[in-house]
Design a protein around this ligand. Structure first.
Ligand code: NAD
Length: 499
């Protein structure tokens, strides 16, 4: 693997690379082995204010660039990402920790989004409707909103910025982007490639630094009209409160406690594959990870045995090595949180079937590795079955019937993804109707969204908005309704039409 060596990076504001006003910095290190990766500006209020002012100024010109031209820049960005896919994946395995196949998928998702939103430059459809009056034309059009604050987590360091920045840009908005402090190098590469694609200065600004400083200043800034945040529920609530006084549009994609249901009639081997991939892929650090498996009793013993064997066959290691199945978790705090849930599960009386410990030895001791962990005999109300752990831990919950399974699946505060393994088409359709989540999979795990359908969740997973597909455009545009009267006289809606 080509190692980068640790470098010093800057913010990008008003078309120029620049240090934090304070001159302070922070380090990015690899969760795999502690290697230094980069030094970044620890920015503050002054830097955010400059970036917002630049984005506000750039908006006046960018909103007038024809949308197909904006789309062409996105398309070029997609091609640059495609050319750089392997380098970005290698960097991601190092800075974020995920295994190469998944890192390539992360970049591919951004490529797909670039092509999709690039095409939107030639659509951005509105509506025309007939008028109730003669000689009158009417239509609705999408308007850009202004400066967008984009705040992202570390777990999809290329894909998630693309879900937000690309629809925002094609619609004619400008951006101040704050990447997660655990993956700033990937945020930096993302912006560099956007500039290489031809984005004018000021349209996309990047300000590195903490959530409580850079993030919160962005959220409170009066000239930022939209905040798009992906992160934890706690952060979402704080952001929504901070944005309330400014009556901002707030788009929140938050946590999950996703369940896979396995009915007695399911193909057990297919279910095991789906569960292992959904529970332990990205070391369980996906918002759509399957941290609950709700199993009908007739198949419970068989499934449990196969799952434990499969989990114990997973190899932990550096993400950039080809034979690694599970990489590290993001940082020490996360490792400690994951282990605390193992202790909570044991105290609650769940049965620890495998894992439940920090993995050391074989070069793992310098990183943050946790053994894939499965609890059995979990009750739906236990904390390990209710709270987001965000690590390689899943809970097997036995149930008697389809109805009990649906009830257990819906009995959490989150509503992001769900899945059911069954060969009964009637039950599959009932599940599609009754599972209270934004995404449902039939005979597949809880992960695997594609960019042209809406992505997001119900209940505490968000506030009703969606990323991706056409739905994303609703976050980054305002509707304007336009009426054109060509009758030459004053016609009064509802009054003249009623005659
Ligand atoms: P986090 O909430 O700690 O941080 C997310 C981002 O918000 C970071 O950039 C952080 O610096 C910033 N931030 C923190 N406090 C802030 C504040 N007060 N004001 C403004 N910004 C602030 O989350 P994380 O640990 O980076 O990511 C993991 C979480 O993200 C999990 O809960 C996961 O489920 C969720 N997630 C959700 C989705 C989804 O689409 N629903 C996708 C991926 C991750």
């Amino acid at each position: 693997m080509a190692l980068l060596g640790s470098k010093t990076f800057q913010n990008y504001i008003a078309g120029e690379w620049t240090d934090a006003a304070s001159g302070e910095t922070f380090e990015s290190t690899s969760p795999a082995n502690g290697d230094a990766i980069g030094t970044f500006p620890l920015s503050g209020e002054e830097d955010v204010n400059r970036a917002v002012a630049a984005a506000k100024e750039a908006f006046e010109e960018w909103r007038l660039v024809p949308a197909p031209k904006r789309g062409e820049i996105l398309f070029r960005f997609g091609e640059l990402l495609r050319d750089q896919k392997e380098d970005l994946a290698q960097l991601m395995a190092r800075e974020m920790g995920k295994v190469l196949a998944e890192a390539r998928g992360d970049v591919q998702e951004a490529i797909d989004m670039a092509y999709y939103m690039g095409g939107e430059g030639r659509r951005l459809f509105g509506q025309t409707t007939p008028s109730e009056l003669r000689d009158k034309f009417q239509m609705s059009v999408r308007m850009p909103i202004g400066v967008i604050g984009v705040i992202t987590p570390w777990n999809f360091p290329i894909a998630i910025p693309s879900w937000k920045t690309l629809p925002a840009l094609v619609a004619g908005n400008t951006i101040v982007f704050k990447p997660a402090t655990d993956t700033p190098t990937l945020g930096q590469r993302y912006v560099e490639l956007m500039l290489e694609a031809g984005l004018p200065g000021g349209v996309l600004n990047v300000v590195h630094g903490g959530g409580g400083t850079v993030g919160e200043t962005l959220v409170r800034h009066p000239d930022v009209r939209v905040i798009s945040l992906t992160g934890s529920r706690e952060t979402g609530v704080a952001v929504l409160k901070a944005a309330a006084d400014g009556l901002k549009h707030v788009h929140l994609e938050l946590g999950g406690k996703n369940a896979i249901i396995v009915l007695d009639d399911a193909d057990p081997d297919l279910a095991v594959e789906g569960i292992i991939w959904s529970a332990f892929g990205t070391s369980g650090q996906r918002c759509t990870a399957a941290s609950r498996v709700i199993v009908q009793r007739g198949i419970y013993e068989e499934l449990q045995g196969k799952l434990v064997a499969a989990a114990e066959g997973l190899r932990l290691g550096y993400g950039w090595e080809d034979d690694t199945d599970v990489g590290p978790v993001i940082n020490k705090r996360s490792l400690e949180k994951i282990h605390s849930y193992t202790e909570i599960g044991q105290e609650e009386g769940a049965r620890l079937l495998t894992g439940g410990e920090v993995a050391t030895g074989d070069g793992l001791s310098d990183g943050f590795y946790y053994r894939p962990t499965i609890f059995g005999d979990v009750e739906p109300g236990m904390r390990i079955a209710q709270e987001e752990i965000f690590g390689p831990t899943t809970a097997l919950i036995p149930v008697d019937s389809f109805d009990d399974a649906i009830r257990a699946a819906n009995g959490v505060k989150y509503g992001l993804s769900s899945s059911i393994f069954t060969r009964d088409v009637n039950k599959a359709f009932r599940a599609m109707r009754d599972l209270d989540t934004g995404i449902t999979y039939i005979n597949a795990g809880t992960i695997g969204a594609e960019v042209h359908l809406p992505f997001g969740g119900t209940k505490d997973t968000g506030n009703g908005h969606r990323e991706a597909g056409q739905a994303a455009l609703d976050v980054f545009t305002e509707w304007k309704s336009i009426y054109v009267d060509y009758s030459g006289r004053l016609q009064k809606a509802q009054i003249d039409a009623a005659e």
